[in-house]
Design a protein around this ligand. Structure first.
Ligand SMILES: Nc1nc2c(ncn2[C@@H]2O[C@H](COP(=O)(O)OP(=O)(O)OP(=O)(O)O)[C@@H](O)[C@H]2O)c(=O)[nH]1
Ligand SMILES: [Mg+2]
Ligand SMILES: [Zn+2]
Length: 301
């Protein structure tokens, strides 16, 4: 048996890279998805470390999933140090709600997160507006995969870490990844996202890890369409206030200990919103997420 990492899941197969030294993949085995032991209700995810038994030169069998640092349903990945939550300044129109959902998912799993504001070339004013929402809460980078602006800062941010892109379809996740890896054939600059589907013409359909020579791992993931955003949460709790880090300073100061920060009197969180200490869009995302989680809870019964 030998250990490796699942670097790709596609069409019922897992691809396991073994002896991955210096970021350069050694041998990659193709492993059939069916018949993999799903003990403890776990099914394999891209990013998992696994034990495999080679069958021949190309195929192997996954015997065991090694303990995970963390795991996510949307996107379906494991062992992530840093989420690169990506939003475009324009085309597609930015969804701060979806951005916040991904940030909450990262918080809940205690993974680091950064906000990448891409397509700065299309609308620098909109890019700055988005950046201001997150500055002071998360690292924020203004980027353009088209002009290359910001890419060196992105390279410093990801250095040596396991980083997963997350964000709506068409925001430029694969384009940014390709700039870092130099795999220019990953995306052909196609210009527009399709007007009909709002997806890029080279939309990513599977999760795959691309390694840099210094050991950095970059997970490319399929984007979400906005209609999937409602389901883009791995959370089980109903009051997600502790996953908004800038709320922390106010949480003990509400009149009621079990305040959910919606209609209660003397709510310190709402007061902070009025005072401009908590951003309005962040507060709205909190309320929207809380309602979605409550809805999900009700639908369970
Ligand atoms: N103007 C401009 N276009 C960009 C930029 N980054 C990406 N694009 C274009 O936007 C489209 C979508 O880019 P992708 O990299 O495929 O987006 P994605 O986030 O990977 O999309 P999915 O794989 O569907 O989730 C492509 O046509 C890119 O050429 C940018 O910074 N500026
Ligand atoms: Mg993509
Ligand atoms: Zn409150």
């Amino acid at each position: 048996m030998t250990e490796g990492r699942i670097i790709k899941a596609l069409a019922g197969y897992y691809y396991v890279a073994v002896s991955c030294t210096d970021g350069v993949y050694g041998k990659i085995y193709q492993c059939r998805g069916r018949g993999i032991l799903r003990h403890d209700g776990q099914s394999p995810l891209v990013g998992d470390l696994v034990r495999v038994t080679p069958q021949d030169e190309e195929e192997a069998v996954v015997e065991e999933i090694l303990p995970r640092v963390n795991a996510f349903i949307r996107p379906p990945v494991a062992n992530v140090d840093l989420f690169l939550v990506t939003v475009a300044a324009a085309d597609p129109a930015p969804s701060l709600d979806l951005t916040d959902r991904f940030l909450v998912t990262a918080e809940a799993a205690r993974a680091d997160a950064a906000v990448l504001v891409n397509k700065d070339d299309l609308s620098p004013a909109a890019a700055k507006r988005i950046a201001r929402v997150y500055e002071g809460i998360y690292p924020v980078l203004l980027l353009s995969a088209k002009t290359g602006d910001g890419v060196e800062a992105l390279r410093r941010l990801v250095c040596g870490r396991r980083c997963a892109f997350a964000g709506a379809s068409g925001v430029g996740k694969t384009s940014l990844l390709a700039l870092l890896t130099g795999e220019s054939d990953l995306v052909h600059v196609t210009g527009d996202v399709s007007a009909k589907t709002r997806r890029g013409k080279h939309t990513t359909r599977h999760v795959e890890i691309h390694a840099l020579a210094d050991g950095t791992m970059l997970y490319d993931t399929p984007g979400f369409s906005s209609f999937e955003a409602d389901r883009a949460s791995d959370l089980t709790e109903e009051t997600p206030d502790r996953f908004f880090p800038e709320f922390a300073a106010f949480l003990g100061a509400c009149r009621f200990d079990d305040c959910v920060h919606e209609n209660e009197p003397d709510c310190a969180v709402r007061l902070a919103v009025e005072d401009g200490k908590i951003g309005r869009s962040r507060y709205q995302s909190y309320v929207g997420l809380r309602n979605a989680l409550q809805e999900a809870e009700r639908n369970k019964y």
